[in-house]
Ligand binder design. Sequence first.
Ligand code: 3JN
Length: 341
Amino acid sequence: MKEKKYNVAVVGATGLVGRTMLSILEECNFPVDKVYALASSRSVGKCIPFKNNGLIVSDLETFDFGLAEIGLFSPGASVSAIYAPKAVDAGCVVIDNTSQFRYEDDIPLVVSEVNPHAVGNYKKRGIIANPNCSTIQMLVALKPIYDAVGIERINVCTYQAVSGTGKEAVEELTRQSTDFINAKDIKNHVYPKQIAFNVIPHIDAFQDNGYTKEEMKMVWETKKIFEDESILVNPTAVRVPVFYGHSEAVHIETKEKIDARTVRKLLEEIPRVTVLDSHEDGGYPTAVSEAEGKNPVFVGRIREDISHPRGLNMWVVSDNLRKGAALNSIQIAEILVKSYI
Ligand code: 3JN
């Protein structure tokens, strides 16, 4: 029997996540037929890389979503708010990479290794939400431990690459770095403080409780994805002068004691996790040397917490544009086509 193929619309195709979606669609075995690259009128007519001839960008505003069975959305929350429901009305299933729908009860929020079963709940609204990049890589690494012994509390500090903010931030880090080296004045446009050769403890908007929205996303999303309102999450989200790949120092308190060797073995069995954890110089993953441009979630520095009887520490690194965004969206689409549409 001939394999069914799907027409896919990539919304926000000119952004960093949109371009990564296209490059993963090129390299993976997803059964695509036609691919539509959509963006705002500003980008209409641009050619973006895809297979041999590239794709010409079409106007999101006038696109007939009846032409696509699946919409991979990453255009920003306010744009998804308008166009995702329009796409659904035209018969397209939307996988949305923004925060617009993530916290709505009747919209599934899915990490493909953690709660793939939740994809089935897409039918009511026609939308599946893709979590925030920092949540995704953390939960991929924690899921086997959660299943084995339970997790009471997570303390996490993130070290997030500028590509999480977008193209302008990649340009800002590049420009500030050259200006710094050439002893020129440094100007901040994207971030409130200099990002080159600096570390900024602020991602997304401040909330009433003093946490930032990026931090609260990790709290809300962990509870929803693990389907566990009781799990405690205490995050600090930090921007670092790295182009691609988020890193996280994750400290957990488990419900039952588990030793570092057992955790290492559990994680080594997960196909999309790569454990790099030898106690020697360089025996751990980093964003630039391992994660950038790669698909796995890399885990290292696994060790028992010397200050807590059920504490465990680990270092989790992944490409924020891939597993943290585009790849997870396409893996959701794979589950969708395999079992539901
Ligand atoms: O800053 C990062 O590293 C991740 C940024 C994610 C982001 C940036 C702007 C808007 C999001 C997100 O996916 O949560 C959003 C949003 O959709 O709210």
